[in-house]
Design a binder for this molecule. Sequence first.
Ligand code: IPE
Ligand code: IPE
Ligand code: MG
Length: 246
Amino acid sequence: MCASEIARPRHIAIIMDGNGRWAKQRGRPRAAGHQAGFRTTRDIVEACGRQQIEALTLFAFSSENWKRPQTEVGLLMDLFLRALKSEVSKLCENNVRIRFIGERSAFQPKLQSEMNTAEKLTQDNTGLKLTIAVNYGGRWDIVNAARQLAAQVHSGDLEPDAIDIDLFSQHVSLADLIEPDLFIRTGGEKRISNYLLWHLAYTELYFTDVLWPDFTEVELTSALAFYAGRQRRFGQTGEQVTGTNA
Ligand code: IPE
Ligand code: IPE
Ligand code: MG
């Protein structure tokens, strides 16, 4: 196979897991793990830009992460706020468009306003489409879409029979992006943890034991190589996909 034929994902979705264990291994507080994880996030966003990936969606804070000790939640919010302030100009330099998915009304007004500002400042950038999932849950996303469609039915603007997969897809988050081709979870757990439940139906799943702060462009390249070796069949036979006779 020549280089130009190697399949590359257009959209990558990542669960950035393992910050706490990375810190624990070093006898350091969990905050140090989150700080190190933030540096990795910055590096991987740049690497995806360099590798001409179209879209990158990162799970930064789940709707269940509020259950963590208040101090950890507080420091994650502080880190998030500082990161937003310090990184926006770099995102612009790198032509990255940033957006957020999740229920943002739960955040402090200061944080919400930084999120809105970052989205506005980068909205015309034409490079990497970066989405950060914060206070996000896959079940919340599906329920939210169902609620929007139910309201349209209630007001008489929509017939129940008109609800199909395509219409539903238009009401979940990331509706204007292609579905993720490649999912990566660092940190060794083999679960989805309420991430993009609707969107991952046919995504290739890659799990690595590497903890997020240790994840580098080399690890990303391994994930891309894994993806290149997959045959995506979407329910068809392998022969149908390759165009060879059965
Ligand atoms: C992921 O790392 C970051 C967030 C969930 C915010 P963790 O904090 O979950 O790290 P582990 O899983 O405890 O190692
Ligand atoms: C998933 O990681 C959420 C994020 C990385 C933001 P968790 O660490 O919260 O997942 P569980 O609890 O191990 O399933
Ligand atoms: Mg974790």
